[in-house]
Design a protein around this ligand. Structure first.
Ligand code: G4P
Length: 278
């Protein structure tokens, strides 16, 4: 995980502002499980006058009913949100349809002026791990190397023709996640968007258990046959006991237990869940 420093951020923003000028439509990727925590705070001002298609990736891992609500939340001010599995080929048609719909008026105006229709130019932006390279590969039907995860690294931009309708800038814009809110940091760590080198696994897991207690109270019981208690530390120990994660003595290996639970969540063993609420 690359550490973002103010210099990196300023540079990434400048580069992105330049790229944004070249496109008709910006595709902002958000993680369906954390549609708010995966949003970079600077986005709004940067894409002021551009049409935005918010693409929620990893929809296959999220809570469908909440995804619907978040789609409505983002589908305002002439912008649109959709939820996809970025690995699925069907996503190409969906993105094409939505891009055409968002640019309908502009294209109609151009046609009135006698301008020949040209492909819609678009680019993908989002925080690391949200699915940018996956979506680029799905849209372009080939492996495109993504170098953008290293702030400051650029390569010459290329337009890749997806089909008659769409052209994609093959270097995505990489944005840093926002950390100013502790909850956001935890949500990013739980979903694996950031590596937990700043946060401890047991702290992340305790926070996660707290969310489950409010939002998905049966998930832990169903998986580990352990009730979520008011005392979340105690709950973590009980889960460790049920998994037989003992240290040499009678103590529970808390770190191993915490990491195990988090990995089970990331690999969908605890169910499809959304952690950000409206
Ligand atoms: P990035 O370019 O934005 O950094 O993200 P990238 O495409 O590399 O995707 C990160 C991980 O997320 C990849 O898993 C990728 O397969 C997975 N992914 C992306 N979109 C989707 C989606 O819509 N659904 C699901 N289920 N997975 C998706 P990975 O290579 O296994 O990496 P990791 O999970 O081990 O980090």
């Amino acid at each position: 995980m690359v550490q973002w420093y103010p210099g990196h951020m300023a540079k990434a923003l400048r580069e992105m502002e330049e790229k944004v000028k070249l496109v008709d439509l910006v595709m902002v990727l958000l993680d369906s499980r954390i549609p708010l925590s995966s949003l970079n705070p600077k986005l709004k001002s940067m894409f002021n006058n551009k049409k935005i298609l918010y693409i929620f990736t990893k929809a296959d891992k999220a809570d469908k009913s909440l995804t619907e609500k978040w789609i409505n939340y983002y589908s305002v001010n002439g912008n649109k949100a959709i939820a996809v599995d970025a690995r699925d080929k069907k996503t190409v048609k969906i993105v094409e349809r939505e891009a055409l719909e968002l640019l309908k008026e502009k294209r109609a105006k151009d046609a009135l002026k006698g301008l020949k229709p040209r492909p819609i130019r678009t680019m993908i932006v989002g925080i690391p791990n949200v699915g940018k390279s996956t979506l680029i590969n799905t849209l372009c039907g080939k492996k495109v190397a993504v170098v953008g995860d290293k702030p400051g690294v650029t390569k010459s931009q290329q337009w890749t023709r997806i089909n008659q309708t769409l052209e994609l800038l093959d270097t995505p814009g990489v944005l840093w996640p926002k950390f100013d809110d502790e909850k956001v940091g935890f949500n990013l760590a739980i979903t694996g968007a950031i590596k937990a080198d700043i946060l401890r696994n047991d702290d992340i897991c305790i926070y996660f258990l707290g969310l489950l207690k409010s939002y998905y109270p049966d998930a832990i019981k169903n998986r580990y046959n352990v009730e979520i208690l008011d005392d979340l530390n105690e709950t973590l120990i009980k889960i460790g006991e049920s998994l037989h994660f003992y240290l040499g003595n009678k103590d529970i290996d808390i770190d191993k237990t915490a990491l195990y639970i988090l990995q089970e969540y990331r690999n969908d063993y605890l169910g499809k869940m959304t952690l950000d609420r409206l």
